[in-house]
Design a protein around this ligand. Structure first.
Ligand SMILES: Cc1cc2nc3c(=O)[nH]c(=O)nc-3n(C[C@H](O)[C@H](O)[C@H](O)COP(=O)(O)O)c2cc1C
Ligand SMILES: O=C(O)C(=O)c1ccccc1
Length: 384
């Protein structure tokens, strides 16, 4: 897209008058903390254990330094990419985040609409408060992917994938790092789990297989439905061999999210999946695990371009995207920042977060001497 950034930057300055959400990530988080009740805020903001990995995710980005190039004519830029045969305006997607109605009543509908309006694919979570069909209807024609939490009820997992395929989702993201919730001290302290409320499991409640397992419908007996959900949510017994089952259910591209170890990256390629997402779930699972951006280069080296490698966990500013792409990521996923935009101003808030980030990315890329994402490589970085 020609001069996308200049246009975006211009609009950003216009938007500032409205000042819907703070520009800086730190202020965005602080404002969300003021607006939200402690329990939902902590659910979003907090991570596992002493939150070392969450902190390191951000610090690790700062250890990689950009060494900008000069005199390279960056007047005419293109920040678009191609992924699975489709063009994206920006190398950016919205990360799958469950239970979004805990921060805003319009939840995933608002986020997905904001993403669609910016040409950014939305990744709907299995644990969405709105059903995947409702999210799809609200954003007809827009590119979106579905993230699968692979239940220990295989028929339910298959049903989710089939529903996603018929509702027009373009890829399946299987999240591997959360067969159980990590040790999240703030949630335990508050005794708060958002999916112990009806809205928390909205997407499950509309699934025919899920419903067929219940003695009484959720409308009659929501507590039993939630109890059932708690029994079927995760599946820690899965192994690499089980992937064949999902492969047999769909022709959509399949990506694995939560891969950090290079040996797992090799297994993933051998298993025939179509893409990887290097992620530590924003530090919410294994506290002490490697920052995602530090795991990225080794995974990229093992994969050797056979399949695209995406990443998330710690993307806050344009420079983070420049660094991730320079290290070989094809695209990145945005997580918490858009949840804070949603909390503060719904759809318009998410849009402004996106617009700011995209403008920042475009400018940083250009000022580093690159006209397109193809121009970003490891030669642009130095680790200190
Ligand atoms: C509140 C919250 C809920 C999440 N829910 C899901 C989910 O349902 N499925 C999933 O694959 N990842 C989920 N994630 C992880 C994100 O997809 C992503 O990996 C993470 O937010 C990246 O870290 P960052 O937001 O700190 O950049 C969730 C993250 C947060 C903060
Ligand atoms: O909180 C999370 O990180 C997450 O992945 C999740 C899992 C199940 C339901 C809602 C969110």
């Amino acid at each position: 897209m020609r001069n996308f950034g200049n246009q975006v930057q211009f609009t950003v300055y216009q938007q500032l008058e409205k000042n819907l959400v703070p520009v800086s990530y730190e202020e965005l988080e602080a404002r969300a903390k003021e607006e939200l009740e402690a329990k939902p805020f902590d659910y979003v903001a907090a991570s596992a254990g002493i939150e070392d990995t969450a902190r390191e995710n951000n610090l690790a980005f700062r250890k990689w330094k950009i060494v900008p190039r000069m005199l390279r004519d960056t007047s005419d830029r293109d920040i678009g990419i191609e992924l699975f045969g489709r063009k994206l305006n920006v190398p950016l997607l919205l990360a799958p985040i469950g239970v979004q109605s805990i921060v805003h009543p319009e939840g995933e509908i608002a986020s997905a609409r904001a993403a669609a309006s910016m040409g950014v694919p939305f990744i709907a979570s299995t644990a969405s408060t709105y059903s995947l069909e409702k999210i799809s209807e609200a954003t007809e024609g827009a590119e979106k992917w579905f993230q699968l939490y692979w239940s220990n009820d295989h028929e339910l997992a298959a049903s989710m994938v089939k529903r996603a395929e018929s509702a027009g989702y373009g890829a399946i993201v299987i999240t591997l790092d959360t067969p159980m919730m990590g040790w999240r001290e703030k949630d335990i302290h508050h005794a708060y789990l958002p999916f112990l409320e009806a809205k928390g499991i909205g997407n499950y409640l509309e699934d025919p297989v899920f419903r067929s397992r219940l003695e009484r419908s959720p409308e009659e007996d929501i507590r039993s439905a939630i109890m059932h959900w708690a029994q079927i949510f995760g599946n820690p017994s899965l192994t690499w061999r089980d992937l064949e089952f999902i492969r047999s259910q769909t022709n959509l591209p399949i990506l694995l999210k939560g891969v950090l170890h290079p040996d797992d990256a090799r297994l993933a390629v051998e298993s025939g999946v179509d893409g990887l997402i290097v992620s530590n779930h924003g530090g919410r699972q294994v506290d002490g695990s490697i920052p995602a951006v530090d795991a990225l280069p080794d995974v990229v080296d093992i994969v050797q371009g056979d399949i695209p490698v995406l990443m998330d966990s710690g993307i806050r500013r344009g420079a983070d995207i420049v660094k991730a792409l320079s290290l070989g990521a094809s695209a990145v996923l945005l997580g918490r920042p858009y949840m804070y935009g949603l909390a503060l101003a719904g759809e318009a808030g998410v849009r402004q977060v996106l617009r700011n980030l995209i403008a920042d990315f475009d400018l940083t890329m250009a000022l580093s001497g690159s006209r397109s994402v193809d121009g970003l490589g490891r030669d642009l970085l130095k680790k200190v």
